[in-house]
Design a protein around this ligand. Structure first.
Ligand code: DGL
Length: 268
């Protein structure tokens, strides 16, 4: 059988937020080819029902599998929270997800075993982070809070705006009242307001960026499974979206941290 090591990594998200994961992957694994799909026509997923989210997630996974990816990465916390098992069931290649990555990192970071998690309503209602943490460390206390307004504020580009600060303060107050020492940024959009969140919670609280954690876990899996590319030329990146919404290029580039080119629109 031909080795799959030169095949691309498939990364998907409900929209452009997962580009924060792609950005970490590009930095950590600079020779790996990446195919990204952002379902920009149907975002946001965070306020949709588990059935709908699962249906969308499996449709996207099938699309990427047809592109012969060697690994699937669910970059969206919301999809990982409710559809991981359905994606895993249909995939012949390994499936990694941001929740497992973030949970592992949070366990490493916590000193007093008090972890806070913020995310979309679907992610928080699924309790997926608490379950992932408790599978490994049952005696850790987890305090979760849904922050539905943060995704639209980040998409508006209000990364350091007084309205975003006020909103984040309101959401974080009850989490801080529980004396957490570690806070998981359980949504692809939150790494963009990491400085603002750190400023609100103070320097003693460790923030867990699941995008960074994901890149480390991916590097580990590729090396364990002997799936890392032997190529040493600049790799090819392909970006598929299902729509090109307002401000797409500007917002996409702020998530990715570089120019966003080779973007193709697909229609299901
Ligand atoms: N990508 C989603 C997540 O990480 C946020 C955006 C959405 O609601 O679809 O949870």
């Amino acid at each position: 059988m031909r080795s799959m090591s030169t095949h691309p990594i498939g990364v998907f998200d409900s929209g452009i937020g997962g580009l924060t994961v792609v950005r970490s992957l590009m930095e950590r694994l600079p020779f790996e080819r990446i195919i990204y799909l952002g379902d920009t026509a149907r975002v946001p997923y965070g306020v949709k029902s588990p059935d709908t989210i699962t249906q969308y997630a499996t449709q996207i996974a099938r699309f990427l599998l047809q592109k012969e990816v060697k690994l699937l990465i669910i970059a969206c916390n919301t999809m990982a929270a409710v559809a991981y098992h359905s994606v895993k069931e249909l995939s012949p290649v390994p499936v990694l997800d941001v929740i497992e990555a973030g949970a592992r990192r949070a366990i490493e970071e916590t000193r007093r075993k008090q972890i806070g998690v913020i995310g979309t309503p679907a992610t928080i209602n699924s309790n997926a982070y608490a379950r992932a943490i408790h599978r490994q460390e049952p005696d850790i206390r987890v305090f979760s809070r849904a922050c539905p307004l943060l995704v639209p504020l980040v998409e508006e580009g209000w990364l350091n705006h007084p309205v975003t600060r006020l909103t984040a303060e309101e959401y974080l107050r009850p989490v801080m009242a529980e004396h957490v020492d570690t806070l998981v940024l359980g949504c692809t959009h939150y790494p963009l307001i990491k400085p603002l969140i750190q400023d609100i919670v103070g320097p003693d609280i460790r923030l867990v960026d699941s995008a960074e954690a994901m890149a480390n876990i991916t590097a580990h899996l590729l090396s364990e499974a002997n799936l890392g590319t032997p190529e040493r030329n600049p790799p090819e990146y392909r970006f598929y979206v299902t729509d090109v919404p307002y401000h797409f290029q500007t917002i996409g580039e702020s998530f990715l941290g570089r120019t966003l080119s080779h973007v193709e629109i697909i229609k299901w």
